[in-house]
Write a new protein. Structure first.
Length: 273
């Protein structure tokens, strides 16, 4: 199967001169986590100049490099990744999945004859996991067991640094050995935007230390079992829009996490055979 058969053709993009508040609102409205960033040239043609994700926004908003700048002053051009990886529409599904995994990215623009035709993200691959071959694979067979936990009492700045250093998009939040929430890049991005809106420039450096994981984490976390099959997980991801789930064993202990990246690795294996 070629990537053109699974890509999203309706491209949701944003102008490079719009600010990050516009970007986050658009991501929320359209239920996406990344946006191609475009520029309109002198010939009034739209050209791709970058791509921006919730994780990019979360990381850069917390950087001292940008000082106390208000969110309305952050243009998408400031936060976007300029060196965009692209793929051709005739490339195979496992080929493109391998590019996403290898580069630790969530999506790429799809081109044909030099023109952008669509965008393919990890979410577009998930429907592939509803096939019969995936029913025979259990969560425990592919889940990630190297877990990264934070506490509700940990500071936002600590959680942001963990996400940067580990290269993940979410952290599990535990208290008294029990899972109490999950912290995503989206949670962090929104927290920094709200903080910069409310706090004066003179107090940002000191007051950012007063934002704790428990203040911004997502509660009531959905979980899956080690004994669930991958088709069940794919169905849940498509239904909820979640990128990953904590995994519990039969005694309800947290023993892993399963994400779209884990599913992509499985697709690469099964679809290449």
């Amino acid at each position: 199967m070629q990537v053109k058969n699974i890509m999203s053709e309706g491209i949701i993009s944003i102008d490079k001169d719009q600010n990050i508040c516009d970007g986050l609102k658009l991501m929320e409205k359209k239920k996406v986590s990344r946006l191609p960033v475009i520029n309109t040239n002198q010939n009034k043609e739209k050209e791709l100049v970058g791509i921006a994700t919730e994780k990019d926004i979360a990381i850069k908003l917390g950087s001292s490099k940008y000082g106390n700048m208000a969110p309305s002053h952050f243009h998408m051009s400031t936060l976007m990744i300029k060196d965009v990886i692209t793929v051709d529409e005739d490339m195979s599904v496992p080929e493109v999945a391998e590019i996403l995994v290898k580069n630790n990215i969530g999506g790429v623009p799809v081109y044909s004859d030099g023109n952008i035709k669509g965008l393919v993200s990890k979410s577009d691959f998930i429907d592939t996991c509803r096939g019969r071959a995936y029913e025979r694979v259990l969560v425990k067979d592919i889940m990630t067991t190297d877990l990264i936990f934070v506490s509700p009492e940990d500071r936002l700045i600590h959680a942001r640094r963990l996400i940067i250093d580990s290269g993940v998009g979410r952290l599990l939040v535990s208290e008294d050995n029990a899972l109490v929430g999950i912290l995503t890049s989206k949670d962090i991005a929104n927290a920094y935007v709200n903080f910069r809106k409310k706090v004066s420039e003179n107090h940002m450096k000191t007051q950012v230390k007063n934002i704790f994981v428990g203040d911004i984490m997502t509660r009531n976390v959905s979980k899956v079992s080690t004994e669930d099959n991958i088709t069940t997980v794919a169905d849940e991801m498509l239904k909820t829009g979640f990128d990953g789930f904590p995994v519990v064993d039969l005694d309800d202990n947290i023993v892993g996490i399963i994400t779209k990246s884990d599913l992509l690795n499985l697709i690469i294996k099964l679809e290449s055979e």
